[in-house]
Design a protein around this ligand. Structure first.
Ligand code: AMP
Length: 404
């Protein structure tokens, strides 16, 4: 919680965040919240699922008061996003009462007209908001904050003129916050025309969906490792990162890849800093092609030339997923994120899809030659002697117990 408090978030919002069980601010939150709370205009590069709703939401919640007219407007590309954002904001503001409503087309306008009169915050799609403006059923005089959420998507969908008309109707004295996965030409145009010296917040874990291809494979549990080897040997790639959820899997994958003739090393929190630095140096220098790592070990890494990210294990949180895939397709380069799913990954993968609202296409699993597993995930004993299974623990069917 301290991490959030240090950003300047007030107690009622902190309490709601605590109940959400968020432990640390995400990258976009850490970088943008202090600027948002200072009242400056902000352009933040932020993909879906990066935690941007709280980033702008806490600015709105902290600066708006109940019953002082419509003070904040969030523009969103789709009704689903408008619903999702308004729901999340209601949740973050449950200990500071505000009337937050969603306004979009395809539903009756009369109830919206009534609700808008009483709203402190409106989250809406551009078309329906323009409709309300034309009917004079929405009053922008008290607006202090305007947010363009997923601006690039909004412009791609052809809403740029609507957005500009709405912005022209807002008071000149306001804070404008723009969140976008990509900083496209239209985004730059709108920023130059409608924002005041915006502070740019670059988020490392940000992904350019134009450049990043994502896919997944489904395999039986006992072919997971073999498929990884197959793909590594057959896909044309430069540097590759393979993510695992545990140190044990990281060691297991790296050691067996090496045994299968692939130039790989592991990096995780269980290794000494000196060893980690050495491994990273080797990877940077391209002396090794495949870095097998945990999330912790990969934090903050900015290594150019990573063409592929493999999720050997699917992460538990969608934020981690975004962070992982953001290691590739950087600086205008193309990249590919490949998810290898077996039975243990389905829960995590459906969470990633749901939270990030992305569609990841399934690839047909190729014929895969079974790779012999040379090492189990057990760490060698400190003496270097080979660890033996205690007789009770020997799996009846070889290594199936390990579920690789
Ligand atoms: P958003 O990008 O705002 O749509 O958030 C994506 C998902 O991440 C939502 O399910 C949020 O509840 C969740 N989330 C946002 N901030 C955090 C955080 N600091 N820690 C963990 N989860 C978060």
């Amino acid at each position: 919680m301290e991490g959030f408090r240090e950003l300047g978030i007030i107690e009622p919002v902190l309490k709601a965040i605590e109940e959400e069980k968020f432990e640390h601010p995400s990258e976009v939150q850490e970088k943008s919240i202090p600027v948002v709370l200072s009242g400056k205009d902000v352009i933040a590069g932020s993909a879906t699922g990066s935690g941007k709703t709280l980033a702008f939401g806490c600015g709105i919640i902290q600066r708006c008061e109940r019953g002082r007219g419509l003070q904040a407007l969030v523009l969103a590309p789709t009704r689903e996003l408008a619903e999702q954002v308004s729901r999340a904001m209601r949740n973050f503001s449950k200990y500071k009462r505000l009337e937050i409503i969603a306004v979009y087309g395809g539903v009756g306008i009369e109830p919206q007209i009534r609700n808008i009169r009483n709203a402190d915050v409106v989250v809406g799609t551009p078309g329906r908001l323009l409709d309300h403006l034309e009917r004079k059923t929405i009053d922008f005089r008290n607006l202090r904050i305007v947010v363009l959420d997923e601006a690039d998507k909004m412009f791609e969908m052809g809403f740029i003129e609507d957005v500009e008309r709405i912005l022209k109707s807002c008071p000149a004295q306001r804070q404008t916050l723009l969140f976008s996965a990509t900083i496209s030409r239209d985004v730059v145009h709108v920023a130059q025309k409608h924002m005041k010296s915006p502070v740019e917040v670059a988020v490392e874990g940000n992904v350019d969906p134009q450049k990043l291809q994502q896919c997944y494979y489904e395999v039986p549990d006992n072919l997971k490792f073999s498929l990884l080897v197959h793909l590594l040997k057959n896909e044309k790639s430069k540097l590759v990162m393979v993510f695992c959820n545990t140190k044990r899997n990281t060691d297991f994958v790296a050691r067996n890849l090496k045994h299968a003739g692939i130039n790989a090393l592991a990096i995780h929190g269980g290794l000494s800093q000196a060893k980690r630095n050495r491994t990273l140096g080797e990877f940077h220098a391209q002396n090794i092609q495949v870095l097998v790592c945990t999330d912790v070990a990969s934090r903050g890494l900015d290594i150019p030339g990573i063409s592929h990210v493999y999720n050997y294990d699917i992460p538990k949180e969608s934020r981690q997923y975004i962070h992982r895939i953001g290691r590739t397709a950087r600086a205008g380069k193309e990249g590919k994120a490949v998810n290898i799913l077996c039975s243990r990954d389905y829960d995590n993968f459906s969470r990633v899809l749901r939270d990030n609202a992305v569609e990841i296409p399934k690839e047909k699993t190729p014929y895969v030659e079974r790779v012999v597993i040379a090492f189990t995930g057990r760490t060698p004993s400190p003496s270097g002697a080979r660890t033996r299974f205690p007789s009770r623990a020997v799996p009846r069917h070889g290594y199936r117990r390990f579920n690789w």
